[in-house]
Design a protein. Structure first.
Lengths: 95, 491
């Protein structure tokens, strides 16, 4: 199945990706080819097959509910683009 | 035997370890000799994103001091490189992306910690395809890496910097990660040994996630003995990775010596179909004959769903990548766009500017296959087909111990040749992707040259069968010694 520009715009919005206007034509063409390529999966007979959840069929391990991490806020926030008083700054959300 | 520092780069990790122990040279001399080579030769290769010269010198001095006082970790004073996907505390970790151009990790990956505890000296962080998405190292924000065997060619990817640096004798070993072939394919294309362990064998903690059900850490070295040595250090249970498996770690080095007498090797008929370069096919058949001469028996096996492995991968991996990469939002770390209009604009422009074309394509492919109305037809369907592919391997391993074939359909291709055609690029990984989908261990070992370009023999084992494939690769290597060959300009 090939995709059109409107679909690609919708996908980009869902993925929170701004594409420049001159990126669209190429993106539509390449994504369409990828989708067409993976479409061959529809031919496989998989009626009674259980979808894989883990490559070794291992259950997800649980850990005891104990505090193991220390508060490293200041160190971690050194990588943040904008912080104030230990909080991350973003553009105003509520008027 | 003593070695002058001008020859140290020619030795493998195992040889260097013996030299350090005998006192032929110090870790400081070794480290300085390799750093000098990196400064001189990496201007051509672009295999490094960051060279950690000062830290390396300090670590080498500590290692020499520790040795003098009678302490010796398994890797004490031995130089290694880390693919720039592994978080290293205090050193920037870019993952080959503009998004993380200035990211300095507050902590280290388990792989990094374990190698440091064993005494290894890290010389730098290697170039890679952006977020490990690519098979040519051309998607890196920091520019492509060149193949030491032909500077016009790609070294493969995504662990292209690690492979090129080891092939060019800038370091004896490097870490890598493999989601669809990203250790084994560049190893094949650069005449190095590349080992991808079983899913869950090595901790993924601190390894920047691409596709969490497929990603696995491993190593690129110049001999299988070195790969065995390093795997023994990095393998094992880690409570900080919820998919790490608690399974005993054998002595991989000791296991190398076993005879191949009676080993049953499976040959996959479909591996020799039209897609395989004739020169590669000939060399792989010669390699199989060598294994037979060492006492192994060859047996044809069938992987009927092999053709579906690439399309399955290109649903599962992008789906997981679109989830994993949602953390890059321009708020907590990573690239942030200037003067955002509002929060939505901040997200969209930070991600639009921070990610390169291939990463954006994969995020969008993943977003599409997970979106309402398409989830069953793509994602769930792919996870069903993945189960069929895993069952094919299981059936095959009921009759054989190892599966052998080509690592890559062609030798190294020229930079620029495939980058504009995603499907052609994706099909590069046709022989390696199956092992990731099924969680199996695989190794690529040098098996000869087509013209001046090297190719690799790929050996896949059952879950936790690392010892068996290392043993098989080692016995083959002893017989043929292709891994000793070095590109002329880097001798």
């Amino acid at each position: 199945m090939s995709l059109d520009k409107e679909q690609v715009q919708h996908i980009a919005m869902l993925a929170r990706l701004r594409l420049a206007d001159d990126e669209f034509a190429e993106t539509v063409e390449k994504l369409s080819r990828i989708v067409e390529f993976v479409d061959q999966l529809s031919q496989a007979a998989t009626d009674d097959v259980v979808p894989m959840a883990h490559p070794l069929n291992e259950p997800q391990r649980l850990r005891p509910d104990r505090v193991t991490e220390s508060n490293d806020r200041d160190r971690i926030q050194k990588n943040a683009p904008a912080v104030s008083d230990g909080m991350y700054l973003v553009p105003k959300v509520i008027e | 035997m003593s070695t002058t520092s001008s020859e140290l780069h020619t030795q493998t990790l195992t040889e260097l370890s013996q030299g350090l122990e005998r006192g032929d040279f110090s870790s400081l001399e070794l480290t300085r000799a390799l750093l000098e080579r990196i400064v001189r030769l990496d201007t051509v290769l672009n295999a490094f994103i960051t060279v950690t010269a000062e830290d390396a010198i300090a670590a080498a001095k500590r290692a020499d001091k520790a040795r003098a006082s009678g302490n010796a970790g398994a890797l004490l004073g031995l130089p290694i490189l880390h693919k720039d996907i592994f978080c290293t505390a205090g050193v920037r970790t870019t993952c080959g992306s503009r998004m993380l151009e200035n990211f300095v990790s507050p902590y280290s990956a388990t792989v990094v910690e374990r190698l440091a505890s064993a005494g290894a000296v890290v010389l730098g962080k290697t170039n890679m395809d952006e977020f490990a998405m690519g098979s040519s190292n051309e998607t890196s924000y920091f520019g492509p890496v060149r193949n030491p065997w032909d500077l016009e060619c790609s070294p493969g990817g995504s662990s292209g910097g690690s492979a090129a640096a080891v092939a060019a004798r800038l370091a004896p070993a490097a870490t890598g990660t493999d989601t669809g072939g990203s250790i084994r394919q560049p190893a094949a294309l650069t005449n190095t040994v590349g080992l991808k362990p079983t899913y869950g064998r090595v901790s993924r903690y601190g390894m920047i996630a691409f596709a969490s059900s497929l990603d696995q850490a491993g190593v690129i070295t110049r001999s299988t003995a070195d790969a065995a040595l390093l795997l023994g250090v990095i393998a094992g249970f880690d409570p900080r990775d919820s998919t790490s498996v608690d399974h005993p770690v054998p002595d991989y080095v000791e296991g190398l010596a076993a005879s191949l007498e009676g080993l049953r090797i499976g040959i996959v008929r479909q591996h020799f179909d039209a897609g395989l370069d004739a020169g590669c096919a000939k060399l792989v058949r010669e390699a199989l004959a060598v294994l037979e001469s060492l006492g192994a028996t060859l047996k044809e096996v069938d992987l009927p769903n092999l053709d579906l492995s690439v399309p399955t991968y290109y649903v599962v991996a992008p789906a997981e990548c679109s989830s994993n990469l949602s953390r890059f939002d321009g708020v907590r770390f990573g690239h942030r766009a200037d003067n955002p209009e509002d929060l939505f604009d901040l997200y969209c422009r930070s991600r639009g500017e921070g990610f390169g074309d291939e990463v954006k394509r994969r995020i969008m492919t993943g977003t599409y296959v997970l979106s309402a109305g398409y989830y069953d037809a793509y994602y769930l369907k792919a996870q069903r087909v993945r189960q069929l592919i895993a069952a094919d391997f299981k059936n095959a391993f009921a009759g054989v111990d190892v599966i052998a074939g080509p690592t890559s359909p062609t030798p190294a291709f020229r930079l620029g040749d495939k980058i504009d055609d995603p499907i052609t690029m994706y099909l590069n990984d046709i022989y390696t992707i199956g092992a990731n989908l099924a969680g199996l261990p695989g190794i690529s070992v040098p098996c000869g040259f087509v013209g001046r370009l090297p190719i690799g023999l790929h050996l896949v084992g059952p879950h936790f069968g690392e010892q068996r494939i290392l043993n098989c690769a080692h016995q083959y290597e002893r017989q043929t010694n292709f891994s000793a060959a070095c590109p002329e300009e880097f001798r």
